[in-house]
Design a binder for this molecule. Structure first.
Ligand code: ZN
Length: 468
C-alpha cells in the first residue's frame, strides 16, 4: 500500500525584546549562568508578572506578516508540569485565545495554513557538565511565539522550505534573530502517514526540538520510513513524543504523547486579559516591512529576474533593501540584480551584511554609465569595487580608476590594421565568404582594446576594414 505523509509543525521563535516576557531581566544570549534572573523569573514567593508590551507587538507583527487575524481579547493560561528548568512548575502560555489565528504561507504553489500563533514564555536550560547537572534560568521567561500549522505539509522538503520562509519573515520583521544553532528558533514536527485515497489521519508521533534544517529533513524522512515499515508489517503507530538523535540519524521514543488536558490548563489569575484594539493593530501594521515572500513575487513577476537571483538577493534583508533602493534610483532591475549578485556579494564575502558601504544612488549611476556604454562592463566592476573599498562616490571612482571610455578612432584603426597584418590570410578568407571568421577577428580586437573602445565602434571599424 502507498502511504502519504501528513506533517504539521510547531515552530518556537524567541522574540527580540530587550527584556523578558513578564519581568525586567535582560533577554540577551550568552551571559553568565543565572545572571539574567530576578524574583519573577525564579518564581520566588510574592513576585508578580508584568506583561512586556514589546513582546505583544512582535507577536502581532509575526501574525500580520503571515496574514493571521489578531484576537481582540487575548488571555493567558497556565500550562502545568514539573521539570527542574521550570521554577514555577507552570508556563504562562495561551491555549484558549491565542493572540493570532489563521494565516499561512505559500510553499511551492501550495498554501500551508497556520492554526495559530501564540505568545508564551520559555523555560530555563539544563546543562549536564562533568557528571552533574546545572540549571541556568537565564532563558526562563524569555518571550517566544509558537506558530502551529495545520497538518498541510506533505514532504520533508516542503517542511524545510516552509520553515525557511517563516524564518526569513521573522528576521525581516526584527521579530526573531532566527539563530537555530543558539536555539532562538526550534521546530517540533508532528508526523503521521495515511493510506493513499484515505481521508482519516493516522496516529502521529511528535519529534521535539529540532534545531537545524538538515536535521528537520532527516528526522522527517526517518520517521516516515519508520512508520511506513511498521504499518506495512501489520504494526500499529502509538501516539508518542520522540527525540531525533543527530549522530545516528534516527528518532527514539521519549514518552507517550500528552494531550492538552494533561497539562491542566487554566486562566492565569496573575495576568489580565489583553484587549487589542483595531487601532493598535493598524499602528503595528504601518511599521512593518514588506515581507520577503511578497518581495520575491515582485522581483520575479514585475522585474522578471530569475527565482534563483531573487532568492540570492533576499537571503539578507540588507541586500534586498539595497536592491530596492537602487531600483528606486531608476536602475534597470536586471542589471542591478546582476551586479549585486556578481560584484557586491563577492565583495561582501562571508561578512555579515548589516550595512552596504556604497550609496544606492552611486550604484545606480554606475549601472547607468555601463548601459549607456560610457564605461565598460569591466569598468563597472572596477567602479563598484572601488566604491565598496573606499566608501567614495562614483565620480571619484571614475576619476581615480580612469574608467570613462574616451575613444580614439585612430587607435581603433591601428589595432585592426595590426591584427589583419598578423594573419592576412584570415581577411582574405573572410572576404571570400567565410563569415564566421568575423567573430574571431572581432574578439582579437576586443582583447587588445579592452576598456579603450566600445564594442560597437570596433564592430563598425572592422566591417569597414574588411569590406574595403
Ligand atoms: Zn526576571
Amino acid at each position: 500500500m502507498k502511504y502519504i505523509p501528513v506533517i504539521g509543525l510547531e515552530i518556537h521563535a524567541e522574540l527580540m525584546t530587550e527584556t523578558k516576557a513578564f519581568c525586567g531581566c535582560s533577554n540577551s544570549f550568552g551571559q553568565d549562568k543565572n545572571s539574567n534572573t530576578c524574583p519573577v523569573c525564579l518564581a520566588l514567593p510574592g513576585a508578580l508578572p508584568v506583561l512586556n508590551q514589546k513582546a505583544v507587538q512582535l507577536a502581532i507583527s509575526a501574525g500580520l506578516l503571515c496574514g493571521s487575524e489578531i484576537t481582540p481579547i487575548t488571555i493567558w493560561d497556565r500550562k502545568n508540569y514539573f521539570y527542574p528548568d521550570l521554577a514555577k512548575a507552570y508556563q504562562i502560555s495561551q491555549l484558549y485565545a491565542p493572540i493570532c489565528v489563521g494565516g499561512g504561507l505559500e510553499v511551492n504553489g501550495r498554501y500551508i495554513r497556520f492554526n495559530r500563533i501564540h505568545l508564551e514564555e520559555d523555560a530555563g536550560k539544563l546543562l549536564h557538565e562533568r557528571g552533574s547537572s546545572i540549571i541556568d534560568y537565564n532563558r526562563a521567561g524569555v518571550p517566544l511565539i509558537e506558530c502551529v500549522t495545520e497538518p498541510d505539509i506533505r514532504s520533508s522538503d516542503e517542511a524545510v522550505e516552509f520553515v525557511e520562509k517563516f524564518r526569513r519573515i521573522l528576521i525581516y520583521g526584527d521579530i526573531c534573530d532566527g539563530k537555530m544553532e543558539q536555539g532562538s528558533l526550534r521546530v517540533d514536527a508532528n508526523i503521521s502517514i495515511m493510506p493513499e485515497n484515505s481521508i482519516a489521519l493516522g496516529t502521529r508521533a511528535e519529534i521535539k526540538n529540532i534545531n537545524s534544517f538538515r536535521f528537520l529533513k532527516r528526522a522527517i524522512e526517518f520517521e516516515i520510513e519508520r512508520q511506513t515499515e511498521l504499518l506495512s508489517n501489520g504494526g500499529r503507530i502509538v501516539q508518542e513524543t520522540r527525540r531525533y538523535d543527530e549522530v545516528s540519524g534516527e528518532t527514539f521514543s521519549m514518552r507517550s504523547k500528552e494531550d492538552a488536558h494533561d497539562y491542566r490548563y487554566f486562566p492565569d489569575p496573575d495576568v489580565l486579559p489583553l484587549i487589542i484594539s483595531a487601532e493598535d493593530v493598524e499602528e503595528i501594521r504601518n511599521t512593518l516591512p514588506e515581507p520577503p515572500n511578497k518581495r520575491y513575487d515582485r522581483y520575479v513577476n514585475k522585474y522578471m529576474i530569475s527565482g534563483r537571483d531573487a532568492d540570492t538577493i533576499l537571503a539578507e534583508r540588507a541586500t534586498a533593501d539595497f536592491y530596492d533602493a537602487v531600483i528606486n534610483e531608476g536602475a534597470d532591475p536586471k542589471a542591478a540584480a546582476n551586479s549585486i549578485k556578481g560584484e557586491l556579494l563577492r565583495l561582501l564575502g562571508e561578512k555579515a551584511v548589516k550595512e552596504i558601504p556604497v550609496s544606492p544612488k552611486d550604484f545606480a549611476k554606475a549601472l547607468e554609465l555601463a548601459s549607456n556604454l560610457k564605461i565598460s562592463q569591466d569598468g563597472l566592476k572596477a567602479a563598484i569595487t572601488y566604491m565598496f573599498q573606499t566608501g567614495e562616490g562614483i565620480d571619484k571612482a571614475l576619476k581615480e580608476k580612469n574608467l570613462i571610455i574616451t575613444e580614439n578612432q585612430d587607435l581603433i584603426k591601428a589595432v585592426i590594421a595590426e591584427i589583419v597584418a598578423e594573419d592576412p590570410d584570415l581577411a582574405t578568407r573572410y572576404k571570400a565568404g567565410e563569415n564566421k571568421l568575423f567573430s574571431y577577428l572581432f574578439g582579437q580586437c576586443m582583447k587588445k582594446l579592452k576598456g579603450k573602445a566600445l564594442p560597437q565602434s570596433i564592430n563598425l571599424e572592422l566591417i569597414k576594414e574588411l569590406t574595403e
